[in-house]
Ligand binder design. Structure first.
Ligand code: NAD
Length: 357
């Protein structure tokens, strides 16, 4: 849910009038009564957009949904601006003023609007729980009367927001964790969480925004060769490596999977961008030579209550930024407003929908 009752109450007190689609929050644990108690009106989907100046949602709208949005309306959601060019052009043609949560600048002032981070945190946590559930092993070292059990060995590839949360979660469960990233700056963060930094001898560059740049073909080949040797040492591999706007880097070749022990598990959080493992099937869980490969593409939806709660706080902060006190006041000279706007940015103040994004 893009808004949970807690944030609806805060926004209502701040001057917003909020309408929520009937039944939309039920599965995530937010019944309609909680929304009405918080000050929202509940409406059928057909009447939802009547008079709406701003629409907040989780995922991008379908073509039919875009056609139903009145020109000049503000839309906020995960809109995939780097990969869904067609969807962004459709919003532009419709005259929608669209703000993508992915495009909110990662600056200190916008930290509370950073939905990529909040959802990556949920995904990193859930990935470890899925792996712990699939492997036929305990995670912690146990000393029992029946003997000692060695701890599970977990490798986390990519130590951004999701990777760091995966490391912390696996450590809390008692696993011995290793991790690596192409950004050398991450080593210290990995070690501070009690994991070992695996140096594969491949060091990439960082963009100004702190993201990894895509490796050169030579670096990619070196990384793949090093990993092919190391991956079979682990019971669980959580992969989170991403390069914004590019296909996910290929880190685990099929040959490495075939050398893993039966019962091992890979959870590929990069599945939506094609996957870090060659065998990942986006959206599916498969077993190859006894190794479970999980490629679910929307893990936060499996933890919908807290994923919604965090996302809702991100959305509410952006809403209040764009419409202080509930009055829409878009200032395209502002870094956050300009950075997050992916369609309908005016060429002349106050005339949305006339310039290209
Ligand atoms: P992301 O989801 O784009 O990528 C995940 C990780 O994959 C990154 O750490 C990246 O370096 C790594 N990666 C890419 N190619 C790889 C490869 N070939 N092998 C191994 N690892 C690879 O990144 P993210 O988690 O969204 O965060 C990236 C950066 O942004 C981090 O430095 C993070 O601290 C920073 N950040 C800053 C803010 C802020 O200042 N407000 C907020 C969130 C994140």
């Amino acid at each position: 849910m893009a808004l949970v009752p807690e944030t609806v109450a805060k926004l209502a007190a701040a001057g917003f009038e909020i309408t929520v689609e009937r039944g939309a929050g039920a599965v995530a644990g937010f019944p309609d009564e909680d929304y009405t108690d918080a000050g929202a009106t509940v409406a059928e989907s057909g009447a939802l957009l009547d008079g709406a100046e701003m629409i907040v949602r989780v995922a991008r709208p379908s073509a039919d949904e875009v056609a139903a949005i009145a020109p000049g309306t503000v839309l906020i959601g995960f809109l995939a601006p780097l990969t869904d060019t067609e969807g962004i052009e459709r919003l532009q043609r419709q005259g929608v003023v669209a703000f993508a949560m992915e495009s909110v600048p990662r600056i200190t002032r916008a930290q509370s609007m950073d939905a990529l981070s909040s959802q990556a945190t949920v995904a990193g946590y859930k990935a470890v729980l899925i792996a712990a559930d699939r492997v036929p092993k305990l995670f912690p070292m146990l000393m029992t009367a029946a003997g000692t059990i060695a701890p599970a060995r977990v490798l986390v590839m990519g130590a951004g927001v999701a990777g760091l949360q995966a490391i912390a979660t696996a450590r809390r469960l008692g696993a011995v964790v290793s991790a690596f990233d192409v950004r050398p700056a991450v080593k210290e963060q990995v070690e501070s969480l009690g994991a070992r930094f695996l140096d594969l001898g491949v060091h990439g560059e960082e963009t100004e925004g702190g993201y990894a740049k895509e490796l050169t073909p030579e670096q990619q080949a070196a990384q793949l060769a090093a990993l092919e040797e190391r991956v079979p040492d682990f019971d669980v591999v959580i992969t989170t490596a991403l390069v914004p706007g590019r296909p996910a880097p290929r880190l685990i070749p099929a040959s490495a999977v075939s050398h893993m022990r039966p019962g091992s598990c890979i959870v590929d959080l990069a599945a939506e961008a094609g996957g870090n493992c060659e065998l990942t099937q986006p959206g599916n869980e498969i077993v190859r030579e006894g190794v479970t490969i999980v490629g679910f593409t929307n893990l936060p939806s499996q933890m919908a209550f807290h994923a919604s709660q965090l996302y809702s706080r991100n959305v509410a902060t952006l809403l209040q930024h764009l419409a202080p006190g509930g009055e829409l006041a878009l200032d395209f000279d502002d870094e956050i407003t300009a950075g997050a706007c992916v369609a309908g940015k005016p060429d002349v103040a106050g005339r949305p929908g006339e310039a290209s994004a």
